[in-house]
Design a protein around this ligand. Structure first.
Ligand SMILES: *Cc1c(COP(=O)(O)O)cnc(C)c1O
Length: 387
């Protein structure tokens, strides 16, 4: 029998990280001393107090049964308390918080609740690939909003054609931003809210990196007046508590939008393992000093890589948040060729910007997910490169 993939699978762009894995495997098979700065996955283990809470929770038989799809109330209450403490935002844990099997799950599914075939979804470029893919799976059409340096990597809403604004039903934004590491201002969020109200567009803000910051605390979309009327915010324990493998996140905000996402989820999944939810309550109560320690680790790495790349002559943004450095490739090359050259000549691997969308071309992304020593070594090797 001939197995044929559906159109939606056949027309997917090749998954960026699969192509990089291939390059990486080839280099390793040739015995490369690889320093991999391509992956957005913390290298530091989950804090022990969270692991201990998980060990206890997993022993409880009541957690071995199906969880509720919207999440345990105690977990949603912990999320609401965390929002209050961190952002001063009041949330009703029953209606304004929804548990997710990682925020990627919610981001990928939300278009199914609100997008009909032919509807437009506004998507940042460069951006997290799940925004356009989730859109297309629902039959929607992504309209790419370029994130440009001259606009501090914020989309220019005025540049979106009127007919697109009218056809758009949903919009994804993400600050602190992956891959550019840019942060948003309250003014920008206000603009987004006005724009959303004018054209009746659901705003989905992805705040996965709100706790990985080095200077000022990033703000939540929900802090800005009117946000709850037009949108929701996706959040994750993955990056904040080094829990990418645990698969837990949440969405907060507009109760009707969350109800739509909840409808999709009740029909597709059965929620998050309750032991993970219980451990996550403990995670959300982590001492500020523990988080500060983590930020200091990334900050030290950031300083080494930023200074190093700048000395070599790269045009690089100093990140105020996230664990990424968004760096221009030298003139006369493109991001894929440059990543290949860097790998071949220095055995340092980073991510080509074009993998995050057309407007990421001309850039590469370095992730700070290796030790200080490895990053110093990478800087030294890159320094020997002729740009
Ligand atoms: C890592 C990341 C997420 C979070 O993914 P989880 O599914 O919660 O692990 C969401 N958005 C962006 C932009 C990310 O980089």
């Amino acid at each position: 029998m001939e197995i044929q993939f559906a159109e939606r699978i056949r027309t997917l762009p090749p998954y960026l990280f699969a192509a990089i894995d291939q390059m990486k495997r080839e280099a390793l098979s040739k015995g490369a001393q690889l320093i991999d700065l391509s992956i957005g996955d913390p290298d530091i283990p989950t804090p022990t107090h969270i692991i201990e809470a998980m060990k206890e929770a997993v022993e409880k038989p009541e957690h071995h049964r199906y969880p509720s799809y919207e999440g345990m109330l105690s977990y949603r209450e912990a999320v609401a308390r965390w929002y209050k403490r961190r952002f001063g935002v009041q949330l009703d844990p029953e209606r304004e918080v929804l548990s997710l099997i990682g925020s990627k799950e919610g981001i990928g599914h939300i278009p199914l609740a609100f997008i009909d075939p032919g509807d437009v979804v506004l998507v940042p470029s460069p951006g997290y690939p799940v925004y356009p893919v989730g859109t297309k799976f629902a039959g929607g059409i992504p309209y790419f909003m370029p994130l440009k340096k001259e606009n501090h990597f914020l989309p220019n809403l005025q540049e979106i054609p009127e007919d697109i604004c009218k056809r758009a039903k949903l919009m994804f934004i993400n600050y602190p931003n992956n891959p550019t590491s840019a942060c948003a201002t309250a003014e920008f969020f206000k603009e987004v809210i006005e724009f959303a109200q004018k054209y009746n567009i659901i705003v989905c803000h992805d705040a996965a990196y709100s706790e990985v910051y080095f200077e000022e605390k990033p703000i939540s979309f929900m802090e800005v007046e009117g946000a709850k009327e037009v949108g929701i915010e996706f959040h994750s324990l993955s990056k904040t508590y080094n829990m990418t493998g645990w698969r837990i996140g949440f969405a907060v905000g507009n109760k009707d939008i969350l109800a739509g996402l909840g409808k999709v989820k009740t029909n597709l999944d059965s929620g998050v393992f309750q032991a993970i939810q219980e451990a996550s309550i403990v995670a959300l109560n982590t001492e500020e000093s523990d988080l500060k320690e983590l930020r200091n680790i990334y900050k030290a790495r950031r300083d080494i890589l930023f200074e190093g790349l700048r000395k070599v002559g790269f045009e690089v943004e100093k990140p105020l948040a996230t664990f990424y450095l968004w760096t221009k490739v030298p003139r006369g090359t493109n991001s894929i060729d440059f990543v290949a050259k860097l790998l071949k000549e220095t055995e340092v691997l980073c991510t080509p910007g074009v993998g995050f969308g057309e407007h990421g071309e001309g850039y590469i992304r370095f992730a700070l997910t290796q030790s200080k020593e490895k990053i110093s070594e990478a800087v030294e090797r890159i320094g020997r490169l002729k740009l």
